[in-house]
Design a protein around this ligand. Structure first.
Ligand SMILES: Cc1cc2nc3c(=O)[nH]c(=O)nc-3n(C[C@H](O)[C@H](O)[C@H](O)COP(=O)(O)OP(=O)(O)OC[C@H]3O[C@@H](n4cnc5c(N)ncnc54)[C@H](O)[C@@H]3O)c2cc1C
Length: 534
């Protein structure tokens, strides 16, 4: 990693505001096409929406009811492209959709309006044939080669039926993929860095103004207060929930484009069932939630849709949202959950393009890119998008960049593995075995955790260690000094929170004191080696 020069006045091609998945994905793509790039993130990489998603590479089955065929098709094709490029941090998952005749549409969807016109006696119910048709489209709309297709499942006397109420006798089962969202962001940033981009974390953009054909951008280092001026030919606003704030208060554009902030919360419980499949639960309010096996010993349930007015208000899962998710899940699980079963919650804010939809659930999940170049140097504002479509969004952004900057080469990221992802889909077990063979002191959990996080780079973190003691201080739950030092030197980690909630999820297993001890160790290490930790 390069060290930032506070007096930097070189003009780069692109200056990107925001180190979420969209900013980092664009930085990587642009750097690989030979553009000079600086990216500024005011906190940790992926610290906002991009670490708070449901963590699915999915086509979005429910968007079919909104006739969002373009988005669904693009996302479906993209699932396998991404899976191949990162077989360590993403993997296929099967989703079980229990069927019951009381399932209802959200009344606003185009499908529900159409159905109530032609079959008014259905009274808003989602018939089984319609779900089957949706799943048929889901199977065939785009490029499925690795993932198995839809099947019908008998829930009586099967492991999938065991945790559910007996009234659910039949289900559909289909495929989507899991992804470790915050690791996806960091791996894109690292690859951008490898290709020459400057990635500045803890760097807030205070203002950006046009100076002839260039942008003059002022940033502040949020750790030491140091200010710096940067110059760029084009500005990219990938501020996620802050996209509107950046337009209005940092760049001061006269723009009418709006963003709609919709909070989504998740709850985590101890593991609720023994198999490795997810559930897709449909509610009586037309919404859906997922229940997903999580971090080996836990279950993840989400999400909600709640209006969230101010991006500077940190999103949290409210008591009302906890209750909503528990009640929703209780309509399906045989065992009655209470809010006491919740061990952790997290929330994020979707920065959706304001398409004028009346409800938060109905607002489009597609992305919109808008270039504004009338006042001189161009700015590209990014609205909406999904984790699943980040690579395609970056390609679309680069097409627009090419209209303003000469010499931009063609797209290259499809098929290019992310760091540690240079192995075949399905080879994780082989990598785990090899790692345990070379390092017999690793438990199965520990080795698998390392391979899932770092892929082929896991061996480099362990180096020549012959025992756990050779990896330095033990912070608990298999987290060692060697791994934390590697994360600080290679993955921009600065605090314990960066490590235990974004580079991994060991926060679920570590106590408060252990996390505090890790934090003070990291602080003293950065003070003794500031250049390495930038
Ligand atoms: C509850 C929920 C569930 C979701 N589930 C899925 C899913 O399963 N699958 C899927 O594909 N998508 C999902 N999404 C959507 C996906 O998470 C988002 O579309 C995506 O993460 C948005 O990324 P982003 O880079 O635009 O925004 P962010 O990740 O929010 O990044 C923007 C960054 O800009 C930084 N920033 C803002 N202002 C400044 C400034 N002045 N200076 C410097 N930095 C600044 C912020 O700190 C932030 O890190 C979900 C979203 C939510 C909320």
């Amino acid at each position: 990693m390069r060290v930032a020069n506070p007096q930097n006045t070189d003009t780069t091609d692109l200056f990107i505001i925001g180190g979420g998945i969209n900013g980092c994905g664009i930085a990587r793509d642009a750097a690989g096409r030979g553009l000079s790039v600086t990216l500024a993130e005011m906190n940790d990489l992926g610290s906002a929406t991009s670490s708070a998603s449901t963590k699915l590479f999915h086509g979005g089955l429910r968007y079919l009811e909104y006739f969002e065929f373009r988005l669904v098709r693009e996302a479906l094709i993209e699932r396998e492209v991404l899976l191949r490029a990162m077989p360590h941090i993403s993997w296929p998952m099967r989703f079980v959709l229990p069927y019951h005749k009381d399932m209802r549409f959200e009344s606003e969807t185009p499908t529900s309006r159409l159905l109530s016109l032609v079959m008014p006696w259905m009274k808003g119910r989602r018939p089984a044939w319609l779900i089957r048709t949706g799943l048929f489209l889901y199977d065939h709309l785009g490029g499925r080669k690795i993932l198995p297709g839809t099947s019908t499942l008998n829930l009586k006397d099967t492991p999938e039926g065991a945790p559910l109420e007996p009234r659910f006798e039949k289900a559909f089962e289909y495929s989507d993929c899991w992804v470790e969202d915050s690791r996806l962001v960091v791996l894109n940033a690292r690859d951008a860095d490898r290709l020459g981009a400057r990635i500045l974390t803890r760097t807030q953009v205070l203002s950006a103004e046009r100076d002839g054909a260039e942008w003059r951008i002022e940033t502040k280092n949020t750790e030491n207060g140091e200010r710096c001026i940067h110059r760029a030919r084009m500005l990219i606003n990938a501020g996620g929930p802050w996209v509107g704030d950046i337009i209005q208060t940092k760049v001061r554009l006269n723009s009418t484009e709006g963003v709609r902030l919709v909070r989504g919360s998740h709850i985590v419980t101890r593991r609720l069932y023994d198999h490795d499949k997810c559930y897709f639960f449909q509610g009586t309010d037309g919404r859906i939630i997922f229940s997903i096996p999580y971090e080996t010993d836990f279950t993840l349930i989400g999400t909600t849709d709640a209006e969230h007015d101010d991006p500077s208000v940190r999103p949290v899962c409210t008591e009302g949202e906890k209750r909503y998710l528990i009640d929703f899940a209780n309509r399906y699980f045989a065992r009655d959950l209470t809010t006491d079963d919740i061990v952790w919650t997290y929330s994020g804010v979707r920065p959706l393009y304001d398409d004028g939809a009346s409800s938060a659930t109905a607002a489009t999940r597609d992305y919109t890119l808008k270039v504004e170049a009338e006042g001189g140097a161009p700015i590209l504002n990014i609205f909406g998008g999904k984790i699943t479509t980040y690579r395609r969004l970056a390609e679309s952004a680069l097409k627009l960049v090419a209209e303003h900057l000469p010499g931009v080469t063609g797209s290259w990221t499809a098929g290019a593995p992310l760091p540690g992802g240079d192995f075949e889909v399905g080879e994780v077990d082989t990598l785990v075995e090899r790692l345990r063979g070379d390092h017999p002191y690793l438990t199965e959990f520990w080795a698998r955790r390392l391979v899932r996080a770092y892929g082929t780079e896991a061996a480099g973190i362990l180096g020549k260690a012959r025992s756990a003691g050779d990896l330095g201080r033990d912070f608990g739950a298999t987290l060692t000094e060697a791994e934390v030092a590697w994360l600080m030197d290679n993955e921009y980690a600065r605090t314990a929170e960066d490590v235990v909630w974004r580079r991994n999820k060991l926060g679920l297993r570590l106590g408060k004191d252990e996390i505090a001890a890790l934090d003070s160790w990291m602080t003293s290490r950065s003070h003794s080696a500031p250049a390495a930790a930038e």
